[in-house]
Every structure is written in C-alpha cells, then in structure tokens.
Design a protein around this ligand. Structure first.
Ligand SMILES: [Zn+2]
Length: 403
C-alpha cells in the first residue's frame, strides 16, 4: 500500500524540503548575529525593502530574479539556492531510504538542524547555541515519543551505554583536572558546571533505566529515552575528551613565529617585538600581560605593527583558547547523539576527519591556516553513520573473520 504511494509522496517531500530550506536560510542568515528567525519578515539586507511573497518562492524566485534583489539589484548569495536545493534533495533521499516510517519526521528535523550548523560554521566558524538549545530537548522528546528512533539502530543494550557514559564523563573529569594541575590553577566555573551536568545526566539515565525495568508497559519508551540521553552525553563527552586531550598533550598555548608569519609575511621581528613587550616568553608561551587584555586596541606595539593590531590579537587569542575542538562541536555532537544514539555518534566522530582531512590539507596549503571548521564534517559523518553505519560496522568486522 505505502509502496504504491511513493510516486505521490516523493515530489511532496522535495517541495517540503525546498520550503523548509527557505526557512533554514533565514536561520543561517540571522542566528549568528542573535536576531529572531521569526520577526521581522524577510527583507533585502542591503536596501531593507521587504521581499514580496512572489519573490520568496523557494528555488524558482532565485532563478527568476537572476540572483539579484528586485529593488536594488544587489547580488543574492548562491547559498540561498544551494540550501533550498540541498534540503529538498535530502528530504527526498531520506524518504527513499526510510519510507513513510514514523521516524521520518524526527530525522527530517535533525537534518534541518545539521544543515544550519554546517552553513553557519562554514561562514562564521561558530555553531549557534540556539541549535543545541532547541535541538537537544527536541531529540530527547522525540526519542521518548517514537522509541524506534533509538531502538531500531541501537547495537548495544542501554546498560552498556550507561557504563560508557559514566566512563567518558569520568575521563573528561580526569583530563580537566590534569590540565588544571599543569597550569597550576583550580577548575574553572565552566569546567565545574560541565562535570556537574555530565554526572547529573548519568545519574538521570540510571533512574530512567530503573523505570524501564519497573514500568513494563512503557519499557520501550523509557529505554529509548535513556538511549537518547546516553547518545547526548557520549557524543558530547567524546568530542570534549578529544579537545582536552589535545590541550593536555599538545599544550597549544604557545605562539610560534610561524603563526605570526601568516599575518606579517616575516617570522622573527614581530615575534621578538611581542617578547620584548612582555606578551610572550622565550618559548612563545602567552604571558599574563596578554591574558589581561580585553581588546586589540590595548596591545602596546612598536608603531610599525600598529596597523595590523587586530590581526595580531586574533592570532594570539586563537592560539590561547582555540584548542583543538571548539565548544560548538561538543554541543553539535551532543545534538547528534540524542537523535541517533551513542554507537552511531561515535562512528560519526571517527568518519568526520576522513571527510575533513582532504579539505583541511588544501586549505592549509592555500592559506597556511590550520583552523578548520570541523562542524560540517561532523554533520556529514553523522548522516553517513545514521543511514549506513550498520553496514560500515558490519563490513569492518568482516575484515576480522577470526574474531
Ligand atoms: Zn535590495
């Protein structure tokens, strides 16, 4: 029956994707600057004239207007078309892969969140907090209402997931303590909050697992809820652990002459100037004098470097707190985990560097910058893990027939 309905639903899913993509465009344009995505209605960013309803039709209007604003003829970014087209294709593809399953709706919501994260991260190198703020509770709620979302894809039982959550949060605690000890400071308020929150959710999972064994009629819903929470904690904690490991092992609080060469074109003179001004020590480690600065203008530099103050400041800040992984990626993987469970979230983290590495290498050669937006690759890795994760794991295990 449903099989016969496919020709009817396929174009609808494509259209739905285009319309949703049009809304995602608004989110991508407005979330990074903290504007509301609902009000005011769409308007041209240059001439501020509102966009007429017939100029706001997904896919078509972009082509009809020739990628220009009707009023001021300013070019409209190709991103608007790309996002609408990509969302439409993804919705259609998801429909073909899942069919008209109950979990189709949560998966489409999840894909929308990933698309916004991807495009904002590409452009601004941040992932807006609003995505995880709304997405994580949504994923948890949807897992409770539609247990298939978690249980159809879970490989290990929920108790294993609980044990892994506890281990990973404890591992993060250990890394935070070592990092704090190495820098001779106590845990920051943020670190304390993260650990408290992590252990809190692990405790909550324990309670829900208990409920699952006690309330047999809703056992599936409770197990799925626990699995969703486990996915969130493990996805986030795994990425946090990677970042902390980088901090402990690599200790990237050091500015090298090479970092400065990317802005000035020469290595040593600026490095020496920063050392003699007391911002860096002999090894390039950032000194307290710099850490106390609030903005680039306060950087006291010889006049010849005054013009590029902003850039110098930016580079030093990125060396100090850039770390290996941004906090946005941690929240993104927590968001992924609550939708697809911990096993597939971990697989996504393993896949992502393979997708990002080729681009990272090209960028490194092109711009000599090693800062790479990792979010888009995590998002792509998550989609691959969700749809083909089981096949990937099975064929990988097939390489070791003796196990
Ligand atoms: Zn305009």
């Amino acid at each position: 029956m449903l099989q016969e309905m496919t020709p009817f639903f396929a174009p609808l899913l494509f259209l739905l994707g285009a319309v949703v993509g049009s809304f995602l465009n608004v989110c991508i344009a407005r979330l990074p600057s903290g504007k509301s995505v609902v009000f005011p209605s769409s308007h041209c960013p240059v001439c501020q004239k509102p966009i007429r309803w017939f100029d706001n039709i997904p896919l078509f209007s972009y082509c009809l207007l020739g990628a220009k604003c009707r009023d001021c003829k300013t070019r409209i970014s190709i991103r608007y078309f790309l996002v609408e087209f990509l969302t439409a294709l993804m919705f259609l593809g998801t429909f073909y892969l899942l069919g008209l399953a109950p979990i189709l709706f949560p998966v489409l919501v999840w894909e929308g969140l990933l698309i916004v994260a991807t495009f904002v991260d590409f452009e601004h190198r941040i992932i807006p907090d609003e995505l995880s703020l709304w997405g994580i509770p949504a994923g948890i709620l949807l897992s409770f209402l539609l247990p298939g979302l978690q249980l159809d894809r879970a490989m290990a039982g929920p108790v294993v997931g609980w044990a892994v959550s506890l281990l990973l949060v404890s591992f993060c605690a250990l890394l935070m303590l070592s990092s704090a000890w190495m820098k001779r400071r106590s845990l920051s308020i943020e670190e304390r909050r993260i650990l408290l929150g992590g252990y809190g959710v692990v405790l909550l999972q324990y309670g829900i697992l208990f409920l699952a064994s006690w309330d047999q009629t809703r056992a599936d819903a409770w197990s799925s809820l626990a699995a969703s929470l486990e996915g969130g904690v493990i996805g986030g904690a795994a990425l946090l652990a990677l970042g902390l490991l980088g901090e402990v092992l690599i200790r990237k609080r050091i500015v090298t002459p090479f970092d400065l060469e990317t802005i000035t074109g020469e290595k040593d003179r600026l490095f020496k100037a920063l050392q003699s001004a007391g911002y860096l020590d002999e090894g390039g480690e950032v000194q307290k004098k710099f850490s106390l600065l609030k903005k680039a203008q306060d950087l006291e530099l010889p006049p010849e470097w005054g013009e590029i103050r902003e850039k110098i400041y930016e580079v030093i800040v990125s060396c100090v707190d850039g770390g290996v992984m941004g906090g946005g990626d941690v929240k993104l993987m927590a968001l992924v985990g609550v939708f697809i469970g911990w096993e597939l979230a971990l697989l996504a983290i393993i896949i992502a560097p393979f997708l990002g590495a080729p681009v990272g290498i090209i960028e490194k050669i092109r711009t000599k910058s090693s800062a790479l937006a990792f979010g888009p690759y995590l998002a792509m890795g998550s989609l691959i893990a969700f749809f083909w994760g089981h096949q990937i794991i099975r064929s990988y295990m097939g390489l070791f027939p003796n196990l």
